[in-house]
Design a protein around this ligand. Structure first.
Ligand code: GLU
Length: 478
């Protein structure tokens, strides 16, 4: 394959969602694997709905994932500008050409008129398509509408035929254009609407492959008609399967995260998300599940993309994230876990908190869920210190013994294992009941019915604080 040029073309009318991010990843992988170029084009022709804050979110999300683009906004390239709103000059000529060749005509129908047409069609169970009311207006009739001050748009005179194309994922596809009708393509001679803007931009940017979500498949025959009318080159198409929730419902703003950045804020790692998204539709044809970005570039192949919807399995994402968390060194993890730890945790203690929690953490936000007692213990009811049927006297005796041994210990605070071996030895030597000794100690250190083990907490908070907390618990049992 000669150096392909592929693009994603997000509209900045919303945040970067999983669908666009997955399309970006597949385009990126395809480009890198085939020595091609990956381009980002911002489709901001809808000025009312477009917002630069969304463009920023989209680009930030891509950067976070590590999907560097070869050409695009904030990156340059010889086919720019890469925002449609700045490309007006390149639209005028082709639109004029389509008018001259008779492919476009002015339509003066008002939104209300179009709406009643749609209602009428629905009554007769017909597909909603334009009736062709303005298709054959004479020049004097058009002039009359203009004088009435009616607004117009430009429609494409759709020929009745079958449009065929081979999709790299879905195989041979054909569409009967009589179901499409004359669709609108431009507001005026310099403002194309979505389908026409895509076609002109893809041609002028030399795009060779259009890899995008299946939700665009019904636009493809329209775009192919425009390409034919403009005598442009036909790109290859690959439509990626829809991403579905686990109940097979469509993704929505209500059910799913609206921006990819939310995953970052919860403590997902970009490499885990990239790995997870790669498997949303792509079949590696092996048991392997963990892939680095470089490995994906080597192995990715559009021919192995499934047609069936890709089901979102968030438990799998959590597991996968945990696998990537495990590959981090303690130092790396301390750095990336920092935003998830309580702000007032002293540095040395933070290090130990991460060390103790890391085997059980999948998603970084889990570092925060139990971390408060590593900082301090809030007041709690004294009865909580008592294991099963223990009396306050028995509780005090257990805590006094615990204080005694914890005070004497020195190097035991150097690791949770040393503390565990030491306390278990004491239990055995003194003939204590493990529950009656460890429960009050653990609650004294954590204040909670469920927490890390007393060995882990004592290790993290150190001797002084351990003894202080036991003293406080003892006092509360009076
Ligand atoms: N602008 C379209 C979107 O945001 C993408 C168009 C395309 O990939 O052709 O969905």
């Amino acid at each position: 394959m000669m150096n392909p040029r592929v693009r994603i073309a997000p509209s900045p009318t919303g945040f970067l969602h999983l669908g666009t991010a997955r399309a970006a990843l597949f385009n990126y992988l395809f480009a890198k694997k085939n020595n091609g170029a990956f381009i980002v084009r911002i489709e901001d022709t809808d000025l009312e709905r477009s917002n630069p804050a969304f463009t920023k979110d989209i680009l930030d999300g891509m950067r976070w994932l590590g999907l560097a683009w070869d050409e695009g906004p904030e990156g340059g390239g010889e086919y720019g500008p890469y925002e449609q709103s700045k490309r007006t000059d390149s639209y005028r000529k082709p639109i004029q050409k389509l008018i001259t060749s008779g492919h476009l005509y002015e339509c003066f129908c008002t939104p209300d008129e179009l709406e009643s047409e749609r209602i009428e069609a629905a009554k007769h169970k017909q597909a909603p398509k334009y009736s062709g009311h303005c298709r054959n207006l004479s020049e004097p009739e058009r002039q009359k509408f203009r004088e009435q001050g009616r607004m117009s748009i430009l429609r494409f005179r759709t020929p009745e035929k079958t449009v065929r194309f081979r999709d790299m994922v879905r195989g041979e596809l054909s569409f009967d254009t009589s179901l499409i009708g004359d669709f609108s393509v431009a507001r005026n001679v310099e403002t194309p609407l979505y389908n026409l803007a895509v076609v002109i931009d893809d041609e002028t940017m030399n795009i060779t492959h259009v890899i995008r979500g299946e939700d665009h498949i019904s636009n493809t025959p329209k775009q192919l008609l425009l390409i034919e009318a403009l005598r442009y080159r036909v790109p290859e198409y690959a439509h990626l399967p829809l991403i579905l929730n686990s109940d097979r419902s469509k993704m929505s703003k209500r059910k799913n995260k609206v921006s990819l950045i939310e995953y970052r804020n919860e403590g997902y790692l970009p490499e885990a998300l990239v790995n997870f998204m790669a498997l949303l539709g792509w079949n590696p044809k092996s048991e392997q599940e963990i892939f680095s970005l470089d490995e994906l570039v080597q192995k990715f192949d559009l021919a192995s993309v499934n047609k069936a919807g890709a089901v979102l399995n968030l438990e799998k994402l959590n597991w996968m994230n945990g696998e990537y968390v495990k590959t981090k060194s303690l130092d790396e993890l301390i750095e990336i876990a920092a935003p998830f730890l309580p702000k007032d945790l002293p540095k040395e203690r933070a290090r130990k908190v991460v060390e103790v929690q890391r085997p059980r953490v999948n998603v970084l936000k889990e570092f925060s869920s139990e971390a408060e007692y590593f900082v301090s213990v809030e007041d709690f009811p004294a009865e909580r210190l008592l294991w099963k049927t223990m009396t306050p006297e028995q509780g005090r005796a257990a805590l006094a013994a615990a204080k005694d041994v914890c005070e004497k210990a020195e190097q035991e605070y150097e690791s949770p294992h040393a503390m565990e071996a030491y306390l278990k030895d004491v239990i055995q030597k003194r003939g204590l009941k493990p529950g009656e000794f460890l429960w009050p100690l653990r609650v004294a250190l954590s204040g909670r019915e469920r927490s890390h083990s007393p060995f882990e907490i004592a290790y993290v908070i150190g001797k002084n604080e351990t003894v202080k907390r036991i003293d406080r618990a003892l006092a509360s049992l009076k």
